[in-house]
Design a protein around this ligand. Structure first.
Ligand SMILES: Cc1cc2nc3c(=O)[nH]c(=O)nc-3n(C[C@H](O)[C@H](O)[C@H](O)COP(=O)(O)OP(=O)(O)OC[C@H]3O[C@@H](n4cnc5c(N)ncnc54)[C@H](O)[C@@H]3O)c2cc1C
Ligand SMILES: Cc1cc2nc3c(=O)[nH]c(=O)nc-3n(C[C@H](O)[C@H](O)[C@H](O)COP(=O)(O)O)c2cc1C
Length: 824
């Protein structure tokens, strides 16, 4: 078999070696335009895990690599005069030039023909004349571009500018420096890769770049400028340049990687941002995956092997690219986090790409996680004591009556998950004893104190009779409250008969509804510490539809009622066309919301939410995709918000001042021309100005042809943006399934409360179980269930210790010792 590899970078050379080693009779030729000793680039980074893979595939090159790398375990973060060191990361740096020499030498020793100084033209018939052609020609791949119609590449040029430089300053940790200047923020990503050599990738946003005049400086002058910025950090060392041009990072994706006997690998097919240090790793692992595809299909069947390669590898590459994308976005928006507590800033940086979580860090760097817990607790303490009662309103802070079966109760749930503390004894700080996990910190909204940060998200039950909740609802809400969440939402409860989504939806427009809800609220208050929030809504154009399990959003075949919306646009083409609301309709709807608010207060709810998300009536006003009005309720965002704000203000005026209110919004429509995260910040600010205490951040469901990007915690970035750009309290929701994720989100300051919907459907005891896992015994448990609580707390301690032990054993081996051996 004849194999041509275009590009003698890490991907091409590694693949060529593995193929030749496995099938020595295969003729493998690598074409490389550079010379073998060209020194382009500085260091490359590999994790312990990647080194394991290299060791398994080619021990010779692995040993040569580890003989030449610098190893570190820690990540160090320098931010606003503070520094944090987080251990247990296991990475090594290696010179790119050395790596290429090692791989080139290894390939040649195996019999690969490496033709250096050979520029390949994509249409050269001699190159294409092989059984297999591998395009490993890097980020600017000429082969990919020549066959763009087949591979369908896309390039997303990111806004930030970066330059790859080097220095002689030594480092014993992967180090981030954040520096604020009069022009803006600069970031340096630094690591050592061989004795007396470190990589310095300098990054900044385009505005800062222009203000600093860097667009007018040449390579040498810009290096001198950066030396001035990071003079302290360089500790007297100079910066070294080597084609250190400022550029924008291109995120490259290809719809296809394979065409006939032609395949793209490495940067040519997909890039991963340098902030997760995975470019070279991804390239070499592509080489491995391509070789494995040949191995698994017998080694001779090119079509089968290439099919296998793309099918098996795509998921992994897309996952890494997704992590890299999330990471690069964090750096692009670093100004959002600038005023954060430095410990939480460091935690946010460590967990930015979702690969590292609270639990991972607790395993690797327990002292750091203790410091994070203390920082979260400290912010709770900084909120100060509960507010005094409002004049003439009685004390909102009165102790609740003892719960059934309990002799007495604390005035409020303890603020931290340790015994012996209460609001009058604030959470201990670092050094004053252990602090609980962030999810068990209390949270206050006006005079409402939540015992923890877990929330049962609103979930329609489609089980009410003429709007009246029944025993199903009593058991459903009752059991979830006993499960221990700090806050629970009702399902969307409609403000009139015609405001319902389906015939099974709950309402709050009748005395019977009020009485039925009061029975449930009373139970929740008597038997649990969970606070209860009433979500009020109007279905708008998504009204008169079937029960969820009979066809969600599908119009009722019979018995439909008239529906209204901002504009006469049906949800699906086959949905009923809503009537455009008149001013009189608006006034009637406002009156319905106010009447339902008053009923909610009489029923005893602790909190009230206005549902302005998911394409229902108020959402249909806010989104430009569903609001085509030409009056003062359509057009600009200010106009589109006018009616939802009128509703909110009227409700706020009817709802007791000491009780909080939230608004659920769809922070993006996931559709061209629709709402974006930036719009959501403005929407949130407008509701906050009207007296909203918490923004409940959901997304989408506005238009039927939206294209949401799902994934773990997929809506959390919108909560992060609103919370940290607008300085508002937020609740996030969406594909959050573990207590570890809840803690990660809270500790990083991406939300103040975390709601879970589907997980609570099958597990009302999510919070109780998490309390046992994180040893937070202060969680309330009704006396009837105390024996169960005691058992799960006891077992969880043992299970946790066993799991930690297993995880420690499963950790990739540290290559530090092998490195020392090889170096000796
Ligand atoms: C400016 C810059 C600096 C970087 N510095 C570093 C760094 O210091 N550390 C790090 O980890 N990552 C660095 N990267 C990223 C890193 O280079 C890649 O992620 C990784 O090397 C990808 O490997 P590859 O084999 O796919 O491509 P590359 O390493 O880019 O290799 C492609 C090879 O193909 C050759 N080639 C291209 N076209 C032709 C042609 N027509 N004919 C013949 N040969 C051709 C090129 O000369 C090159 O040697 C840098 C990227 C850029 C853009
Ligand atoms: C059965 C069901 C009913 C829902 N009903 C409502 C509702 O009444 N009001 C609302 O705002 N969101 C509703 N949602 C959306 C959830 O509150 C939540 O935002 C969504 O399910 C994403 O969270 P998850 O991934 O934890 O399930 C519902 C979700 C489910 C699964």
């Amino acid at each position: 078999m004849k194999v041509h590899v275009v590009g003698g970078g890490p991907a091409g050379l590694y693949f060529a070696s593995l193929m030749k080693k496995a099938w020595p009779s295969t003729r493998v030729t690598v074409f490389e335009r550079n010379r073998p000793d060209d020194t382009f680039g500085f260091g490359v980074v590999f994790s312990d895990q990647t080194l394991d893979t290299f060791e398994a595939h080619d021990r010779e090159s692995y040993r040569a690599i580890i003989g030449h790398f610098a190893y570190w375990d820690d990540i160090e973060i320098h931010f606003r005069g503070t520094s944090h060191r987080v251990g247990g990361n296991g990475f090594c740096g290696c010179s790119r030039a050395t790596l290429l020499k090692i791989l080139g030498r290894r390939a040649r020793s195996l019999g690969v023909e490496v033709q250096y100084q050979t520029e390949v033209s994509p249409l050269n018939p001699k190159i294409l004349d092989a059984d297999l052609v591998v395009a490993a020609d890097g980020i600017h791949s000429r082969l990919r571009d020549a066959f763009a119609a087949t591979f369908k590449p896309s390039v997303d040029l990111r806004p930030n500018l970066f330059s790859w430089m080097g220095s002689t300053r030594p480092f014993d940790a992967f180090t981030f420096f954040f520096r604020e200047t009069e022009h803006g923020i600069f970031i340096a990503h630094c690591y050592q890769y061989e004795p007396r050599r470190s990589t310095w990738i300098i990054e900044t946003d385009p505005e800062t770049f222009a203000r600093a005049g860097l667009d007018r400086l040449d390579e040498a002058a810009s290096a001198r400028y950066v030396e001035g910025l990071f003079a302290d950090e360089l500790e007297g060392h100079r910066l070294i340049t080597n084609r250190s041009i400022w550029r924008n990072f291109p995120v490259i994706r290809c719809e296809r990687w394979v065409a006939d006997n032609f395949v793209l690998i490495g940067d040519a097919k997909a890039t991963a941002h340098f902030s997760i240090g995975s470019g070279t790793k991804l390239a070499m692992e592509d080489g491995i995956a391509l070789y494995e595809a040949f191995r698994d299909t017998g080694g001779r069947d090119v079509a089968a092997a290439l099919g296998r390669f793309e099918a098996a590898r795509r998921d992994e590459v897309e996952k890494t690219q997704h992590s890299a994308d999330v990471s690069l976005v964090w750096f692009e928006h670093v100004d959002r986090f600038w005023n954060m507590d430095p410990t939480r800033f460091a935690f946010g940086l460590m967990t930015r790409s979702k690969a590292i979580t609270y639990d991972n860090l607790a395993l690797r760097a327990p002292e750091f996680v203790d410091e994070v817990d203390a920082a979260v607790a400290c912010e709770v303490r900084a909120l100060g004591p509960l507010p005094p009662p409002l004049a003439g309103e009685g004390s909102p802070l009165r102790s609740p009556p003892p719960l059934a079966g309990e002799a007495s109760s604390l005035p409020f749930p303890p603020p931290i998950a340790r015994e012996g503390s209460s609001l009058s004894s604030p959470p201990p700080l670092a050094g004053e004893g252990r602090v609980g996990a962030p999810m068990f910190q209390p949270f206050r909204l006006r005079s409402l104190m939540l015992a923890n940060r877990v929330v049962v998200s609103p979930m329609c039950q489609y089980s009410a009779q003429d709007g009246t909740p029944d025993d199903w609802h009593l058991v459903h809400y009752g059991s979830r409250a006993i499960g221990g969440a700090g806050l629970m939402f009702t399902e969307m409860t409609d403000v009139s008969k015609d405001a319902r989504i389906s015939p099974g939806c709950a309402g709050m427009y009748d005395d019977a509804h009020e009485a039925a809800w009061k029975r449930i609220v009373d139970f929740v208050h008597a038997r649990s510490r969970t606070k209860f929030c009433l979500q009020l809504g109007h279905a708008g154009r998504k009204g008169a539809t079937r029960l969820m399990w009979e066809g969600i959003d599908e119009p009722l075949p019979e018995g439909a009622w008239p529906i209204v919306s901002a504009s006469p646009l049906p949800y699906f083409p086959h949905s009923a066309v809503p009537r455009e609301m008149t001013r009189a309709d608006m006034e009637a709807v406002i009156a319905d919301f106010v009447a339902a608010t008053k009923r909610g207060e009489r029923a005893g709810f602790d909190m009230l939410e206005l549902h302005a998300a998911h394409g229902y009536l108020l959402a249909s006003f806010i989104s430009p995709l569903t609001n085509r009005r030409c009056d003062r309720y359509g057009g600009t965002l200010e106009n589109r918000l006018r009616f939802p704000l009128e509703v909110f203000r009227a409700m706020r005026a009817a709802w007791p001042r000491e009780k909080p209110m939230s608004v659920r919004i769809s922070a993006t429509d996931w559709a061209d021309g629709g709402l974006t995260g930036d719009d959501a910040v403005e929407v949130a600010r407008a509701f906050a100005r009207a007296g909203c205490d918490l923004i409940d951040v959901s997304t989408g469901q506005t238009v039927a042809d939206a294209e949401p990007v799902y994934g773990r915690m997929f809506q959390t970035p919108f909560s992060d943006q609103i919370r940290n750009e607008a300085s508002l309290a937020t609740m996030c929701v969406g594909a959050i399934t573990t207590a570890d994720q809840v803690n990660t989100i809270l500790a990083a300051g991406r939300a103040d409360l975390v709601a879970l919907a589907r997980p609570h459907l099958v597990d009302p005891y999510f919070t109780m179980k998490a309390a046992a896992w994180y040893d937070a015994p202060a969680i309330h448990c009704p006396p009837q269930y105390l024996a169960g609580k005691e058992q799960i707390f006891r077992n969880s301690t043992r299970d946790r210790d066993e799991l930690l032990d297993l995880r420690r054993k499963a950790k990739p081996k540290a290559h530090r010792d092998t490195w020392k051996e090889a170096a000796e």
